[in-house]
Design a protein around this ligand. Structure first.
Ligand code: ADP
Length: 234
């Protein structure tokens, strides 16, 4: 319980810092963008139109990152909508399938109980599922061995909860990683932000749920997301 309280404090602080930084960075980016637009004819006249294109697209990328970050770390109350878990899983697989193929893994969406529903902020929960599936792909990619990469997404009912299980046969985690993976900014990746799971954790907590993780180094990882069921009356 102490651990959780500490984590929530850190996340609330992170949200405030994110909002302040995003605000401060956006204004200079806007003026840089404006001046590059003005320099465009000059760059074209010296045959360097490519520079303008790269600068503008990189500025836009920086803006996107800030926007994403603000969106995900702002503590907003979830906008709830009742939805079948099976259709959520199906959509997550559709969204990630092509990237999975490119990274040499196969996605399986079997064993999804068609009868269970949850009341969720669809955008937020989709973001959580995408984060976890993408981490699974990275873990498979980083394992870099001959095994066929396999990610299974399944869902079932456990008491008052719907459980979404995401299992991969990637590189797994050592003890240190397992202890820290929900910490903001904790990452083992060269290009990682270390934000995916800390934000995911908070989204699930805000929905009255929880996340459990089991992992074996060299074998794979299993994430279980618990979300309160919507009990349908007969
Ligand atoms: P990022 O993906 O930017 O590193 P995350 O918060 O999503 O940030 O993940 C934090 C760390 O947790 C990752 O850097 C990785 O070491 C570990 N991790 C998360 N998911 C998995 C997984 N499925 N298999 C192995 N390691 C994982």
């Amino acid at each position: 319980i102490e651990q959780t309280a500490f984590q929530n404090d850190k996340l609330a602080m992170l949200g405030k810092i994110a909002a302040a930084i995003a605000h401060e960075i956006r204004n200079p980016l806007t003026s840089i963008r404006g001046f590059i637009q003005l320099l465009k004819p000059y760059l074209e006249s010296i045959g360097k139109q490519e520079y303008a294109r790269i600068i503008l697209s990189e500025i836009d990328r920086a803006n996107d990152i800030i926007f994403e970050f603000l969106n995900s770390s702002k503590p907003t109350a979830p906008m709830k909508q009742t939805l079948r878990v099976a259709s959520l899983v199906k959509e997550t697989i559709l969204l990630t399938e092509s990237e999975a193929h490119m990274k040499g893994c196969e996605l399986y969406g079997e064993n999804n109980d068609p009868a269970i529903s949850i009341a969720i902020d669809v955008k937020q929960i989709k973001q959580v599922l995408l984060n976890i599936v993408k981490n699974a792909m990275d873990a498979i990619h980083e394992a870099g061995d001959e095994r066929k990469g396999r990610i299974e997404v399944s869902s079932r009912r456990e008491g008052r909860f719907a459980v979404i299980r995401i299992r991969d046969n990637g590189k797994g985690m050592d003890r240190t990683t397992l202890n820290r993976l929900f910490d903001p900014f904790f990452t083992t990746k060269e290009e990682g932000t270390g934000l995916g799971l800390s934000v995911s954790y908070r989204i699930i907590r805000n929905h009255g749920g929880t996340i459990q993780v089991e992992s074996r180094e060299g074998e794979g990882t299993e994430f279980k997301i618990y979300l309160p069921l919507v009990i349908e009356r007969e």
